[in-house]
Design a protein around this ligand. Structure first.
Ligand SMILES: Cc1ncc(COP(=O)(O)O)c(C=O)c1O
Length: 292
């Protein structure tokens, strides 16, 4: 039985692949007994699809499957099954470029074997881009509140309220992103991105050992730096490093590589290296999208 939604409530009328079926809007339902619905017990991946192909698919699947194993989830659907599902969803929506979110839950406790729940959604890219992405000149603030990710920070779980509230600070300040600092003043990441600091031609980013997300785009940026012979390493960074930075840039799968133009309303000295890495990233995307 489907109960009517409360007056005024509206479910987006788009196609969703859920547990093996393509459905629309209100028909995309998850059991209240699923731990993904009850306890934030789910992991997800957000993936850009370019010209009908999910970019860095293997890296995203590796992170998802590893997270499921390390967090004791039931076995998720096979990556090949999920890949087919992304294809079906894109075709049903008539989309070739999109932001796809793929969620895998811990399933309903007690059943044997316990199955994960899984669903996939696709949204238009433009609705997801930050204002600063259009000009490759983002604005960011440093959160005034210290942030403690805990070990779950290394995983892309749906237990995201702390990160979402940090992003609200950016929205309230009219900027693109909030940078997070640990209680001892170590730079961590953005509320929805990894952060890189450039000083004297060297690219540095906080280590994953601080419980930041091992971003897929972060890893690709490291690979691009190696190709372009740009020195890059993980490093403990502070607000002083941000203040003295020649450049700061952000990465995530949707915004790609995003140079920061202003930090706490003050202009940063430059964006050249960030723009160079963005260009290299887009060249990689273009050659991927144009593969026969
Ligand atoms: C907190 C956080 N850090 C980093 C990232 C970047 O990860 P990826 O490059 O895999 O999209 C994200 C992505 O949404 C994020 O939410």
């Amino acid at each position: 039985m489907t109960l009517p939604l409360p007056p005024g409530a509206r479910t987006p009328d788009r196609a969703v692949w859920i547990n093996g079926q393509l459905v629309r809007g209100d028909d995309a339902v998850l059991s209240v007994f699923d731990r993904g619905a009850r306890d934030g017990g789910a992991i997800f991946e957000t993936i850009r699809v370019y010209a009908g192909r999910p970019f860095a698919w293997e890296r995203h699947m590796e992170r998802l499957v590893l997270a499921a194993a390390e967090l004791g989830f039931p076995v998720p659907p096979a990556p090949a099954r999920l890949r087919d599902a992304v294809g079906e969803l894109m075709v049903s929506q008539g989309m070739t470029d999109a932001v796809v979110r793929l969620t895998v839950t811990r399933g309903i406790a007690g059943g044997r074997p316990t199955r994960t729940g899984a669903w996939i959604e696709a949204e238009s890219v433009t609705s997801r881009l930050w204002a600063g992405q259009r000009e490759s000149a983002a604005s960011a603030i440093v959160s005034p509140q210290p942030f403690e990710p805990g070990f779950l920070g290394r995983y892309k779980t749906t237990s995201r309220l702390a990160w979402d509230l940090a992003r609200e600070q950016a929205r309230a300040a009219g900027v693109d992103e909030t940078l997070l600092l640990s209680p001892t003043g170590q730079l961590l990441e953005g509320a929805a991105s990894n952060v890189f600091v450039v000083k004297a031609g060297e690219v540095r980013t906080p280590p994953v050992s601080l419980n930041v997300l091992p971003g897929v785009t972060r890893a690709i940026v490291f690979a691009l730096c190696a190709e372009l012979q740009i020195p890059a390493r993980e490093a403990i960074l502070s607000t002083d490093d941000l203040r003295d930075a020649d450049e700061v840039f952000l990465t995530n799968s949707v915004q790609e590589v995003l140079p920061v133009a202003t930090l706490d309303r003050r202009p940063l000295p430059g964006r050249a290296l960030g723009l160079c890495l963005l260009e290299a990233f887009r060249a990689r995307v273009a050659s991927f999208a144009n593969q026969p």
